[in-house]
Write a protein that binds this ligand. Structure first.
Ligand code: AMP
Ligand code: MG
Length: 485
């Protein structure tokens, strides 16, 4: 039994299509996230056969009201008025013991009226990828949708080749996106736009529900959450890869793990996605794009914010102008903690990043190993020297240590705080690919189990798994990611 408490399906019919997942031939559960099930208050006794039919959508539980959600979106800057869940179905919402509400959605669950010629399915590879990376993001303390289950369908999906099909059960604090607002704004459907905004406020920002200026405050809060989220991505070298407005969540969670990947060597121009030809969604461009996406939301909200258009524009522009500063604050706050300082020292951070860029040094490990030289006379670190040319980094290390000294904190404490800010384990692209390869070719799930275990505690040092911290030997310069559609 799942105690569904559905609120979205009570909205007018224009918000969604009522549709059941399309049953699959031979559903088989291959992965289930027990801790997440507990966290969201899912009280189901584990039973593989039952879970296979539930999390494939072959069996619809009592209380579930399956719907595919309508939304629009700007994709690579171009507006598409009707996107929507073309291969996903929301089974319903549940509320946990702390009163938190979660969407339970199947992704890869068959065609809907929003499929636009697509088959509504997902290949198993990208499903595994989303499971690993979204759970890794959660363990890195980054807001994200979660992954509850993976089911194989027993059917093949046709892409360039035939690939085994999979279904992911995604858990999110909602699936509201900037694109949902664009959907109603494009149709100039003010009534439903207002209904949607009030719904989003009640669900995500109930504190401002009765504010006189709630619509502009809503925009401000979305802006705040995005600034905080993107800063967190930047701190771990995460590149989302497809920051379209339909992939920008209102809750401030990372959503849509299509072509995303973690950067190995530091370069702000890094792009992995095969379709991002002009680097619109490059690592260093992510804050600008987030601001652009919020501008799209602001545009939709204009008529709600003030009936006088010029006044509304002024208000929205002021909020948008604040994004840069907010992002910078969030970004700096953790950057100086990453280098073990209590106070901001922008020049020091900027200089380090420049050296890292010139030396093509590994983003994750440079920060992780930095604390090694604290308390050492000669600044030598076997690890750091792997990535950084000695003459450049040595001068920096001297300045850095002076700043540390000025703050007069115990060395042990600094080291400890740095290791908490700088992960040892991220889902390295070559490791994720290996897991997928072993599952698809050898039905070997042990690599998945092992990688998930390491990524679950990304800040813990594990001597016997030290090679899992490393970038690939060949630096995977040409690593490419795909949307996984
Ligand atoms: P995404 O790139 O996953 O953000 O998807 C963009 C849009 O394409 C969304 O409306 C998806 O529902 C839709 N879409 C992606 N893949 C498929 C598919 N295999 N079948 C139908 N619709 C899809
Ligand atoms: Mg999407």
């Amino acid at each position: 039994m799942i105690n569904f408490d559905n609120s979205y399906s009570k909205l007018p019919d224009i918000f969604f299509e009522r549709i059941n997942p399309v049953a699959v031939k031979e559903p088989s559960l291959i992965q289930f996230n027990d801790p997440l099930a507990k966290e969201i208050g899912l009280n189901l006794e584990k039973n593989e056969n039952l879970f296979s039919v539930i999390f494939s959508g072959n069996k619809i539980l009592k209380g579930s009201e399956p719907i595919a959600l309508a939304y629009a979106g700007h994709q690579f800057g171009h507006f598409v008025p009707q996107l929507g869940d073309g291969r996903a179905v929301l089974l319903g919402e549940i509320i946990n013991n702390n009163g938190r509400r979660f969407d339970i959605q199947l992704k890869g669950s068959g065609q809907t009226c929003y499929s636009r010629g697509g088959d509504g399915r997902a290949p198993l590879g990208p499903v595994i990828r989303e499971y690993i990376i979204s759970e890794a993001m959660h363990a890195l303390n980054i807001p994200t949708t979660r992954s509850l289950a993976i089911v194989t369908t027993g059917e093949m999906v046709s892409r360039e080749t035939l690939l085994p099909g999979g279904i992911l059960t995604r858990v999110a604090s909602s699936h509201l996106r900037v694109g949902t607002f664009e959907y109603f704004a494009a149709f100039k459907d003010l009534e439903n736009l207002k209904l949607l905004t009030n719904y989003a406020i009640s669900r995500h920002f109930p504190n401002i529900k009765n504010d006189d200026f709630r619509y502009q405050n809503f925009l401000k809060l979305v802006c705040e959450n995005q600034a905080s989220l993107i800063a967190k991505w930047m701190h771990v070298g995460f590149i989302h890869g497809v920051m379209n407005t339909d992939n920008t969540s209102i809750s401030g969670e990372t959503i849509d793990y299509g072509p995303c990947a973690f950067m190995d060597n530091y370069n702000p121009n890094t792009v992995f996605s095969s379709i991002d030809l002009h680097g619109r969604y490059a690592y260093g461009n992510q804050p600008n794009i987030a601001q652009w996406n919020i501008a799209c939301l602001g545009q939709c909200l204009l008529p709600l914010i003030n009936p006088e258009r010029n006044k509304a524009i002024e208000i929205v522009e002021e909020i948008l102008d604040g994004f840069e500063n907010k992002f910078r604050q969030y970004w700096l706050n953790s950057m100086y903690k990453k280098i073990g300082l209590l106070k901001n020292n922008y020049d020091l951070i900027e200089e380090l990043l420049q050296i890292m860029n010139q030396d093509k040094s590994d983003f994750t490990l440079t920060f992780r190993y930095l604390s090694d030289v604290i308390g050492k006379e000669n600044n030598s670190s076997n690890f750091l020297n792997q990535f950084l040319s000695k003459n450049k980094i040595d001068a920096w290390l001297v300045k850095w240590k002076e700043s540390i000294k000025k703050e007069n904190r115990p060395e042990k404490e600094i080291k400890k705080s740095m290791l908490k800010m700088n992960p040892a384990f991220i889902p390295r692209n070559h490791r994720v690919e290996k897991v997928i390869y072993e599952i698809l070719n050898n039905y070997d799930y042990s690599y998945l189990d092992h990688l998930l275990q390491l990524l679950d505690k990304p800040f813990d040092h594990k001597q016997h798994d030290i090679e899992y911290m490393n970038p690939p030997d060949d630096q995977n310069q040409n690593y490419q990611t795909f949307c996984g559609t």
